[in-house]
Each structure stands twice: as structure tokens, then as C-alpha cells.
Ligand binder design. Structure first.
Ligand code: OGA
Ligand code: MN
Length: 292
């Protein structure tokens, strides 16, 4: 099976002519992996995938992470999470409403963060619902030498709790979110991650911090670390050419590589304008830095 690929930006590409509901020959999977190495955001258009079909396709890229938020797992495949602002007749949420509302790389607060995330657009809102990406390879490449030197060999502290992080706020849309993040402050440990992450396949370096999960620099006083993080985040947002915004069409399947991107849900829609995504995450290894 061959497919057509065309670049949407230096970071993103779209693929047409691929049917992910069918068994894919090894050379097609290899071609897809090669495309992801060059473009860490890949959109495959016009897919028709139920939850088990999405799960089966995602497992071809590697073992899937188990989901701990069982209330929002899909009943037909528990490895698929539902992200949605839709509600049942009794008012309860059918999915996660505030997923990805600040810039981040998925599960960097875990020692082995997920590698690829897949989102499948089941229903797009009439307004809003874009997903934004920043190519952290480009950010690192362009970083002034003085900043590169300052962070060389450093590890950053990542934590899941929003209430420990002054750079983010807790969404009012999600019932109990403030209590949940408060309980995580002590119930969940922080992890340290290299501030520069080497891509396991291409060897490219990427800045590996995010406003959502990075709360400190290991072994550095906050008086020094917080202004340095602020400066790095300012730099990260300083060039629109490093960003890609995905405007979803129904039946888009987007795969992204968390090793070299930050991303964020753009929001901008309101119930009863419904957004519904199905999500799978492919497990990853411990991030590392290797000099190039
Ligand atoms: C995610 C995420 C963004 C979005 O699923 O990890 O950040 O636009 N989603 O839904
Ligand atoms: Mn995310």
C-alpha cells in the first residue's frame, strides 16, 4: 500500500490514500515511521475507525499505555480515552473536558512519558477546537549559545499538579479539578527530565520543558531557575514559524511525537457545540540526552 504525503509546514505533513482500518504491510508502517521522523505531526485524512479499530492501528506503532481514568475510557476498548465536552442527560461528562489546556509534552511528569499520541476526530465543534504545536527541535536549534550553555547538562523538575505551578490555572469546567490537583501535590512525586532531549531515532536535539509540567530546575535555586524558565518559555513562543496549528476535519487521525514537540488544545468552543476526540497513547522510554 502506498500513500501520498505532502508537507503542511516544516513540522507537519498530511497523508492521503491510507486506510488505517486495514492491516498495513511492514513497508507501509516503515514509511509512516520515516514520515514521523521528518514531520513530528502527521495527519491522516478520511479515516473510519471505531474505538477498537483505532486501538488496533495504534498498537502497530507500539504497546499502548493503560489509562487510569477509567470513567472516560471507551467501553469498546479500554486503551482509548474519550476527550469531550459532551454531557449525558443527567449532566455528567462523557469524557475529559480540559485535556491539554496548557502547552506541554504528554506525560513528561512520568519517568517514561508516552512517545506518540493519536487523536481521532469523531466530532468537531462548529467554532474553535484547534490543536497547536511547537517544534522544540527548531526552538533548541535557534536558542542563543548563552542559553544553550546555561542549560547544558541540566535536568528540569516536572510535576502533574496544576496547583503547584503558577504558570497554569485549574479549569472551572471540570468538576473537582482543584481538589484533584491539590491531592496530587503530595500523592504524586515529581520526576526530573533532561532539559535537552535527544531524539531516539534521528539524534536531533530538542528543548524538553513545558509551561504545564516543568516547575523547577534540579539543583538550582528558584531565584535563578524561575527567571531562566521564563526566558526559555518566552523564546519558545518568539517565532510563529516554529508553530503549526491543526484545524481539524471530521475523520482526521493525527499522530504526534512527544519527543520533540509541545502542544496545546486551543479551546474556543462551548457546550452545546460539541467536540469529541478518541485518544490513544503509545508507550515510550526514558528520555535521554546524548551529545551530537
Ligand atoms: C492530548 C491533548 C489536545 C487537543 O490529547 O494530549 O493535548 O486539542 N489534546 O485535544
Ligand atoms: Mn496532550
Amino acid at each position: 500500500m502506498t500513500f501520498q504525503i505532502h508537507s503542511l509546514s516544516p513540522t507537519a505533513a498530511e497523508i492521503a490514500g491510507l486506510d488505517c482500518s486495514r492491516a498495513l504491510p511492514p513497508e507501509t508502517l516503515e514509511a509512516l515511521r520515516a514520515a514521523l521522523k521528518e514531520h513530528p505531526v502527521i495527519c491522516i485524512r478520511d479515516q473510519h475507525l471505531d474505538a477498537p479499530g483505532l486501538g488496533a492501528f495504534a498498537r502497530r506503532l507500539g504497546p499502548l499505555e493503560k489509562q487510569d481514568r477509567s470513567a472516560f475510557c471507551h467501553p469498546d476498548d479500554s486503551d482509548i480515552l474519550i476527550l469531550s465536552n459532551d454531557r449525558r442527560a443527567d449532566g455528567s461528562q462523557i469524557g475529559i473536558v480540559d485535556a491539554g489546556d496548557f502547552w506541554h509534552s504528554d506525560s513528561s511528569h512520568m519517568s517514561e512519558p508516552c512517545r506518540y499520541t493519536m487523536l481521532y476526530a469523531v466530532q468537531n465543534p462548529i467554532k474553535g477546537g484547534d490543536t497547536h504545536y511547537i517544534d522544540m527541535r527548531k526552538v533548541y536549534e535557534a536558542l542563543p549559545a548563552s542559553l544553550k550553555n546555561e542549560i547544558a547538562g541540566c535536568e528540569a523538575v516536572h510535576h502533574v499538579s496544576k496547583t503547584l505551578n503558577p504558570r497554569v490555572t485549574v479549569s472551572a469546567e471540570r468538576a473537582g479539578a482543584a481538589d484533584y490537583y491539590k491531592s496530587r501535590e503530595t500523592a504524586t512525586k515529581s520526576v526530573t527530565q533532561p532539559m535537552v532531549r535527544t531524539h531516539p531515532e534521528s539524534g536531533e536535539q530538542a528543548l524538553y520543558i513545558s509551561p504545564r509540567f516543568t516547575i523547577a530546575i534540579a539543583g538550582m535555586d528558584d531565584a535563578e531557575a524561575q527567571p531562566l524558565l521564563d526566558e526559555l518559555f518566552r523564546f519558545m513562543f518568539s517565532n510563529p514559524a516554529w508553530q503549526y496549528t491543526h484545524k481539524w476535519r471530521d475523520n482526521d487521525l493525527v499522530i504526534w511525537d512527544n519527543a520533540c514537540l509541545n502542544h496545546m488544545a486551543g479551546g474556543g468552543y462551548e457546550y452545546p457545540d460539541v467536540r469529541r476526540m478518541h485518544r490513544a497513547t503509545v508507550a515510550g522510554d526514558r528520555p535521554f540526552y546524548r551529545a551530537s
